[in-house]
Design a protein around this ligand. Sequence first.
Ligand code: CMP
Length: 142
Amino acid sequence: MKGNRTLTIIKPDAVSAGNTGGILQMMIDAGFKIVAMKYTWLTAGQAGKFYAVHSARPFYNDLVQFMTSGPVVPIILDADNAVDAFRKLIGATNPESAAEGTIRKRFASSVERNAVHGSDSDENAAIESCFFFSGLEMFEAK
Ligand code: CMP
């Protein structure tokens, strides 16, 4: 059965451009409920750990540098089939390939500065949520 939680991060490009409100509104309009949210600034250690799965990729160091270049807004969202539904809402990683009406089509400027992160599986949604927020009870459906 598909889970009903996903983890998103509004990334430094979107926060610094003043797009946090517009992105939150798109999430809410699409039917996602905010379960937890904070405004924070990642250290290099935190960003490196969050993206450790990409540590062998050529873009890893730039990605960590970008993700620590300004404040971010991590959020746990609730909806039916949340991971897949949210990935549909954000659109393709590269905004040039993102569909009309998606968050990345509207707010992203490149594959790196792509406005938002979205978990790619229920398992990673749980891991990533615990990375930013304490308390496993967040994963119990209300
Ligand atoms: P995100 O969904 O946060 O997950 C991994 C991130 O790595 C991705 O969004 C992009 O921001 C970044 N990324 C993926 N592929 C590339 C690439 N080819 N060049 C630069 N950044 C990338």
